[in-house]
Each structure stands twice: as structure tokens, then as C-alpha cells.
Ligand binder design. Structure first.
Ligand SMILES: [Zn+2]
Length: 314
């Protein structure tokens, strides 16, 4: 512990009423509490913070977490944004140059504040309100989430997402499968043409039925594998694994559950919740079919991480 003013080493000086170590500078006589580095200077004890984040990751809303943990909802949102920022850095720093063989990409719909069609006239141009798509890329065998991006369902977001995917993967030939969204070929041609064989799996939907269609997506009646670039192997054109991961995401994050009145009110909080979720999914959560974490399967971690470790590593 060094003094903020004089940069000299401080000596221990008792404890405050919460039991946190205090320090005093021998030069200017100022006293300080030990700051919580893992939480960016927040005074919430680390085990309590880990409990709160665990509740958020098990599908609790902000308000139910506040009731269960006896922590004010504003504190919970601050914790979420601190953890989200750290986890985003962690994903960029640790998931990089990973050798992969099969990559699957998909987008998950969600919204911030209100759905796109309910915007008022003066809100039409606001980018932080309305539909919010999460782009996800997953490795088929290790189940590692290589990259994610929160944005609109447009070319700019797709290009940013594929750029992140390029940084995450090693320079080795692999196969990539996406859905039929027309922004992917341009983005992949731009960023990944030197290292991948690319195919789209275009879904064919049945005609919407009256009444029922409003509560569930239309039935898929067929999927057409369509090679786009290079020489993709027909038998490996598949997006099932990334779609299963989307279900896990909707189960774990309260703000993405469908047909409820739970939703994100702020773009930044949704982004933080996603970053926290993906870091937790990669490093902390035991995948049932792998019997270890995806990061261990991919060889970028050697044990199951705890949430304090996750916060400390970034
Ligand atoms: Zn001092």
C-alpha cells in the first residue's frame, strides 16, 4: 500500500469497523483503507460480490438478487459493470490465437428498453435503444466461445464481430458455418478469407400458424447447406452447437428470457452482463458433456476458475 500523495510505503494502522486493514502514511499522516483491487476500488467484500455475480449468472434478476443478498440494487449494477469490464478484457487477452477446426456463428435477438417497433419518432435514430443482437462464435469440439459482439443486425456489427473472431483464432485452416444472414459473406471475405472454408446453413421455415406463431418461432422444415468460400466439408456444415449455447445463455441471463417482462434498460448493462456470462461460461462453468470447462478443453486454462479468480485475472 503506497500513499496517494507521496508515493511512500504506508504502515499498518488498525482496522476499520468492517475489519478491513487500514494504513497510515508516515510522511503526511493520511490514513487509507485497503482498496479492493479485484473490484476496482469498490468496498463490497469479495465473497459477497462473488455471491451476487453467481446469483446474476444463475438467472436471477437484479431485484431478486438484491432481495436474496441484502445488497442495494445500485451496488449490484456497479458490481456488474466492474465485472463486465474486467471480463471483456479477459476474453480479449486470454482467448487469442486459439487453434480451432470447426467454428459456428449465430446471432441472438434481445432488446434494450423497448422493442424496435415500439420506438417513438424521436427515438428512431437512437442506437442504444431497441433491438440488440448478440453475435456468438463457438468452437464445435471444445465448446469455447471465441468471440462475441453486441450490436445491430447489420453489416457494420457483423464486420466488427468477424474481426474479433480473427484475433481469437490461430492462423491455421478451419471451417466456419453461419446461418443465412447476408452480411456474413462480405465480412468473412474481408477478414478471414486466408484461413477458412466457409459454408452457410440456410434454414427453411414453415408458414406461420395463427395464434401459436406469436409465442414460438416458426417450425424449421429443412436446412440447406450452401458452400460459400473455399472447400467446406459437407458433413461438418452445422450450427447445432452454437444454437444449444444460445439456449444456455437465455436460461442463465434473466434479461434474455423470452415472453417475460424481464429486459435490459441500458445498453451498457446488457453488454456487461454478456461479457460476464461468456467469461464465466468459458472459464468457470463445467460443461456437462465435456466434464470440464471449455477453456480447459481448448487448452488455455488448467483448472476450473472461481469468480474471484475471474475478476483477479483481468
Ligand atoms: Zn503521504
Amino acid at each position: 500500500m503506497t500513499c496517494h500523495n507521496c508515493n511512500t510505503l504506508c504502515k499498518k494502522c488498525g482496522k476499520n469497523r468492517k475489519g478491513t486493514q487500514r494504513f497510515q502514511c508516515r510522511q503526511c499522516r493520511k490514513t487509507f483503507s485497503e482498496s479492493n483491487n479485484q473490484l476496482g476500488g469498490m468496498y463490497t467484500p469479495l465473497d459477497k460480490a462473488a455471491q451476487v455475480l453467481n446469483l446474476l449468472l444463475e438467472g436471477c434478476s437484479i431485484n431478486s438478487t438484491a432481495r436474496l443478498s441484502n445488497i442495494h440494487h445500485t451496488t449490484i449494477l456497479s458490481l456488474l459493470s466492474v465485472a463486465g469490464e474486467k471480463c471483456e478484457k479477459l476474453m480479449v487477452n486470454r482467448v487469442r490465437n486459439v487453434p480451432v477446426s470447426d467454428v459456428q456463428c449465430d446471432e441472438i435477438w434481445g432488446y434494450v428498453g423497448k422493442k424496435e417497433q415500439n420506438k417513438w419518432m424521436d427515438e428512431v435514430h437512437r442506437k442504444d435503444l431497441g433491438d440488440a443482437y448478440t453475435f456468438v462464435a463457438i468452437e464445435r469440439h471444445s465448446k469455447l466461445v471465441l468471440a462475441f459482439h453486441l450490436g445491430r443486425r447489420d453489416q457494420a456489427s457483423t464486420t466488427a464481430f468477424v474481426g474479433k473472431l480473427r484475433n481469437a483464432t490461430a492462423d491455421r485452416r478451419f471451417q466456419i458455418t453461419t446461418d443465412g444472414f447476408q452480411a456474413y459473406p462480405t465480412a468473412i471475405d474481408y477478414a478471414l478469407i486466408d484461413r477458412c472454408d466457409y459454408a452457410q446453413l440456410v434454414k427453411v421455415y414453415a408458414a406461420a400458424r395463427d395464434g401459436e406463431a406469436r409465442y414460438s418461432p416458426a417450425d424449421v422444415v429443412g436446412a440447406v447447406p450452401t458452400p460459400v468460400m473455399g472447400n467446406p466439408d459437407k458433413n461438418r456444415i452445422c450450427t447445432s452447437h452454437v444454437e444449444r449455447q444460445n439456449l444456455t445463455m437465455r436460461m442463465q441471463l434473466r434479461r434474455l428470457t423470452r415472453l417475460t417482462n424481464a429486459f435490459s434498460k441500458k445498453w451498457a448493462n446488457l453488454k456487461a452482463a454478456l461479457a460476464l456470462y461468456f467469461a464465466w461460461y468459458n472459464f468457470c462453468r463445467i460443461h456437462k458433456s465435456l466434464r470440464m470447462t471449455p477453456a480447459m478443453a481448448a487448452g488455455i486454462a488448467d483448472h476450473i476458475w472461481s469468480i474471484p479468480e475471474l475478476l483477479g485475472a483481468a
